[in-house]
Design a protein around this ligand. Structure first.
Ligand code: PMP
Ligand code: GLU
Length: 400
């Protein structure tokens, strides 16, 4: 036998969002002052109630194994949250808590996908969906969208893409990386199509609280039929600024939750007992002021980008991302601060130059299935955003 890595691992690339963040931090550690607009991580603090509950868990020796799908108290409170905030009825046994929504999603895909199965994936998509789908031996079928439709797929587009191999569809509203939010009517039109086809729905609602005008509507609300084959995925990372605590969850019918729980029992067991207590402390503390703050940052960044030569940009309605199209920069030449000139062969190259010569870190769109775009996370202070926008202007001035 050979000592080669498995084919599965040979095909996998590191998460670009996380690796660009790591690269940015490594560069910053050498003394370069960088504005980091790469990783999707809120800049505000974890709510005190969550942190104190975490501390109390440590001091109280709540530091042992818990049931694999999470403590009943937390599952019960999540079910209550889904009922009051999302009009979704789930029993606590229909909730499984995991170490971040990323693990929740992986549990879901592993639970339902066989090799060769197809998953409809609206593009641009978050970087980890296609990789996780591939890890299951399944095939991500992108449903292309662009600025002209506000990066939203239509019900008709979905209907045309469904084949006998389609096992599931991914819905992510508000979207990472585009910030697109489907209106309740758009979700209902999609739901009406899905009603007619036997397939699973994976609804990633992790940015649900962060909308700036369009109300979030969970597709699982549409009908009992859809609810019974939908996985509602959510987590604490974005809403409660708890990225490092690693808590996510899925709501789904009990037999599906049980299947995922068996899988999780052999991979990671329960999510951290301390983090579960912190999550319990966080629920119900969401501060609407955060939405207003993100909205004003969005407005500022959008306005600035609209003025930037060569850039076209759709108005995002949610999350904390903006996804400008920079295809007009491709083919131009960039004059570096040391006077050397570099041909901008792709938006990837532009992003690399933005980082190394303009000291602004963004994520190239290629990892999101949109090579003409790049992603800005505006989950950082207004002062940092102003600095970044000035640097973007200088960058654009050096292109010709
Ligand atoms: N879904 C989406 C759309 C995301 O952007 C992220 C990134 N944080 C996740 C899921 C996973 O989040 P976490 O694992 O931190 O809960
Ligand atoms: N989801 C965030 C992002 O897209 C965090 C990094 C990651 O989990 O990929 O930047």
């Amino acid at each position: 036998m050979s000592l080669e890595l498995s084919e599965r691992f040979q095909a996998i690339a590191p998460s670009p969002t996380l690796s660009i963040d790591a690269k940015t931090k490594a560069l910053a550690a050498t003394g370069v002052e960088i504005v980091n607009l790469s990783v999707g991580e809120p800049d505000f603090a974890t709510p005190d109630r969550a942190s104190l509950a975490g501390v109390a868990a440590i001091v109280g020796n709540f530091t042992k194994y818990t049931p694999v799908p999470g403590i009943m108290e937390l599952r019960t409170k999540i079910a209550e949250k889904l009922a009051t905030e999302n009009q979704l009825q789930y029993k606590p046994e229909e909730i499984i808590v995991s170490s971040g929504a990323k693990q929740s999603l992986y549990n879901v895909f592993m639970a339902i996908l066989n090799p060769g199965d197809e998953v409809l994936l609206p593009a641009p998509y978050w970087v980890s969906y296609p990789e996780q789908i591939r890890l299951c031996g399944a095939i991500a079928v992108p449903l292309e969208t662009d600025e002209s439709t506000g990066f939203k797929v239509t019900a008709q587009q979905i209907e045309q893409a469904i084949t006998p191999k389609t096992k599931a569809i991914l819905v992510n509203s508000p979207s990472n990386p585009t910030g697109a939010v489907y209106t309740p009517n758009e979700i209902k039109a999609i739901a009406a199509v899905l009603e007619k086809h036997e397939l699973f729905i994976v609804s990633d609602e992790i940015y649900e609280q962060l909308t700036y005008g369009t109300e979030h509507y969970s597709i699982a609300r549409y009908s009992e039929n859809l609810r019974n084959r939908t996985f509602v995925v959510n987590g604490f990372s974005k809403t409660f600024a708890m990225t490092g605590w690693r808590v996510g969850y899925v709501a789904a019918p009990k037999h599906l939750v049980n299947a995922m729980s068996s899988f999780q029992s052999h991979t990671t067991s329960n999510p951290s007992s301390i983090s579960q207590k912190a999550a319990l402390g966080a629920l119900g503390t969401f501060d609407q002021a955060i939405v207003r703050e993100f909205q004003s940052r969005r407005d500022y960044v959008l306005g600035q980008l609209q003025e930037l030569p060569g850039i076209t940009v759709a108005k995002p309605e949610g999350a904390f991302y903006i996804f400008p199209n920079a295809k007009n920069w491709v083919g131009l030449t960039y004059t570096m601060h040391d006077g050397s000139r570099i041909k901008v062969d792709s938006v990837d190259v532009a992003c690399e130059l933005l980082l190394t010569d303009a000291f602004v870190s963004v994520v190239p769109g290629s990892g999101f299935g949109a090579p003409n775009n790049f992603r800005i996370s505006y989950a950082t202070s207004m002062a940092q955003l102003q600095k970044a926008m000035q640097r973007f202007k200088d960058f654009a001035d050096r292109l010709n």
